[in-house]
Design a protein around this ligand. Structure first.
Ligand code: DON
Length: 298
């Protein structure tokens, strides 16, 4: 590529920045007040070089992008078999907040939908999430209390999911406490530089490229990237993988990460969402980067 990388990344944001379609997530009242025009892109290579362009200083709640990282911690702490007993690895083909449980076992189909992520949170707990996420990001993250309490006040669907999980013996703790913890996990504040470093840690086989810390073992990173590839974009996972072709995860505050194994982690912020709950311009930025930079894994 002839253009210097930061100039090229800025150009991509300019081209994709003109689209104002999509809607802010309204079911979490505090997210509905975000500035919809924010647009930022972060890239962190597996050798620890970082680039951030656009509104890189904006912090936002991590939301569902927390799910692969909490899953990684559960796998590292409890081992594959113990986690598979509670949460499967099959794409649900349904929305993120569906009550998708396997008929016989009552297991959530995968850890990227809310049912699976609530189960994973119950396995690891908020203290471990805080410590683990700090290691992934390379700095301590704080909870946005306004977002957390705003979501908790309207989290009846997640509470229903958690009660159903306890009914099936998948979650053993108090469903109210588990949802409160899961909601805090989703409310941790990040910027695209943090998310790019977190995604790069997975791309780098579990070792944080800037701090050099082995956050999770290589097999865990492989397991997480595989589940991101098949389930990370919910009911748009097939479209995503055929067009962009890298393991990814989206969140309702408009964040979107991608991990390109052995190469880099990328993160975009753009709050307007499509009907699947994925960032409209985030998807466009990734489509363009994938085409221009040959990121598609196939
Ligand atoms: O549990 C929820 O509904 C939110 N805390 C997270 C959902 C989310 O980010 C879905 N992603 N696009």
């Amino acid at each position: 590529m002839r253009t210097p990388l930061p100039d090229y990344l800025t150009e991509v944001l300019e081209v994709c920045g003109t689209d104002s379609s999509g809607e802010l997530a309204a079911y979490i009242p505090e997210l509905a007040s975000a500035d919809p025009d924010r647009l930022a892109l972060g890239l962190c290579t597996v050798d620890g070089t970082g680039y951030t362009v656009g509104d890189g200083a904006v912090r936002f709640s991590i939301q569902s992008i927390s799910k692969p990282f909490a899953y990684a911690l559960a796998l590292a702490d409890l081992g594959l078999d113990a986690v598979l007993e509670k949460v499967g690895v099959e794409p649900s083909g349904e929305a993120f907040n569906e009550m998708s449980l396997e008929e016989d076992s009552g297991r959530p189909l995968n850890p990227m939908i809310n049912a699976g992520a609530i189960t994973v949170h119950a396995l690891v707990g908020m203290d471990r999430v805080r410590r683990g996420f700090a290691a992934f990001a390379g700095r301590e993250l704080e909870v946005d209390e306004a977002v957390s309490s705003s979501e908790l006040a309207t989290a009846d669907r997640n509470r229903a999911i958690a009660y159903m999980l306890r009914n099936h013996g998948i979650v053993e703790d108090d469903p109210q406490q588990v949802v409160a913890g899961y909601t805090e996990q989703c409310s941790l504040l990040v910027d695209v530089t943090d998310l790019a470093a977190m995604a790069a840690t997975l791309a780098n086989g579990g070792t944080q490229p800037v701090t050099g810390e082995e956050v999770v073992p290589r097999w865990v990173a492989r397991q997480v990237l595989s589940v991101m590839a098949t389930c990370g974009m919910y009911d748009a996972a097939g479209d995503w993988f055929t067009t962009v072709g890298i393991p990814a995860k989206s969140g309702v505050s408009g964040g979107l990460i991608g991990s390109l194994p052995g190469r880099a982690g990328l993160a975009v912020l753009s709050p307007r969402l499509d009907k699947h709950g994925n960032s409209v311009r985030g998807v466009q930025v990734f489509e363009r980067l994938s085409a221009d930079m040959g990121m598609h894994l196939m």
